[in-house]
Design a protein around this ligand. Structure first.
Ligand SMILES: NC(=O)c1ccc[n+]([C@@H]2O[C@H](COP(=O)([O-])OP(=O)(O)OC[C@H]3O[C@@H](n4cnc5c(N)ncnc54)[C@H](OP(=O)(O)O)[C@@H]3O)[C@@H](O)[C@H]2O)c1
Length: 232
């Protein structure tokens, strides 16, 4: 595939490396200077890529996605912090005939962590355990809590009817750690996901791009994974 990347940051660089290692051609990489308000996403540029990765910032993602969706592009978006605008973005992709896979976290390990969180909330919630989540990321991460932490919070609330207290730490170079804790006066149980690098996110994003070839519509990464597991 010919790959375009919007966002020349840490994830953009990691995706370029993983895509190249899987035999894809990185055709272009668009930075913020050439793309104010999504203006750099021209038809001529999009014609040079089969799939576009959008890993920028919460402030830029929605304009980029609407520009991409309106032109019928095939897109993998991992930018976090824009989920309230998903209906608007979905409409742009449906009307433009494009394809979008989005996820706050493209790590397969994190998706399994969500499954464990669901099961744990079902077990420990009714047993009277208190629960909280601590998430830690590098100092450059702009949104807090992380999209992954918010997803665990939603899962917990759906399963128990209670809000999950979440604490965010931003420091140094931590790629991403999520620690879900259940505690009672007698004991404590922790479920931890610790990313070792950004490579796992990039690998999941490139896998998603390969999976959506030839499709249209809007998908969440978990939908594609579920399909792959059930179809196996
Ligand atoms: N879904 C996942 O698995 C996953 C994993 C890791 C990170 N993320 C998310 O992915 C996003 C990027 O993370 P990162 O670590 O790569 O951040 P980063 O290192 O700060 O990179 C973001 C890049 O996007 C650029 N940018 C901002 N607005 C832009 C625009 N309108 N057009 C083109 N480029 C633009 C920035 O340029 P300037 O510096 O010039 O503004 C920067 O180079 C964040 O939202 C992060 O939370 C998701």
């Amino acid at each position: 595939m010919r790959v375009g990347i919007v966002g020349a940051g840490r994830m953009g660089r990691e995706i370029a490396a993983v895509a190249a290692s899987r035999g894809h051609e990185v055709a272009w990489n668009l930075g913020s200077k050439e793309n104010s308000g999504g203006s750099g996403l021209t038809a001529a540029l999009l014609a040079r890529a089969d799939v576009v990765f959008e890993f920028t910032s919460p402030a830029a993602a929605v304009e980029n996605l609407i520009a991409l969706g309106g032109q019928g592009a095939r897109v993998v978006c991992g930018t976090t912090g824009w989920s309230k605008d998903l209906p608007r973005v979905t409409e742009a992709f449906v009307q433009g005939g494009g394809t979008l896979v989005h996820a706050a976290n493209f790590s397969v390990g994190v998706r399994h962590f969500f499954e464990l969180a669901t099961r744990a909330a079902r077990l420990f919630g009714p047993a009277g355990y208190a629960a909280y989540l601590v998430e830690e990321h590098h100092g450059g991460k702009r949104d807090a809590p992380s999209g992954t932490a918010r997803t665990v919070g939603t899962i917990f609330e759906m399963e128990t009817g209670r809000a999950l207290p979440i604490t965010s730490v931003r420091s140094g170079t931590i790629p991403g750690t999520h620690r879900l804790v259940f505690e009672s006066p007698e004991d404590e149980v922790e479920i931890i996901h610790r990313a070792r690098s950004r490579a796992g996110f990039a690998r999941g994003a490139v896998w998603a791009a390969e999976k959506i070839a030839g499709r249209t519509g809007v998908y969440e990464f978990g939908d594609l994974l579920k399909e792959a597991v059930e179809g196996a």
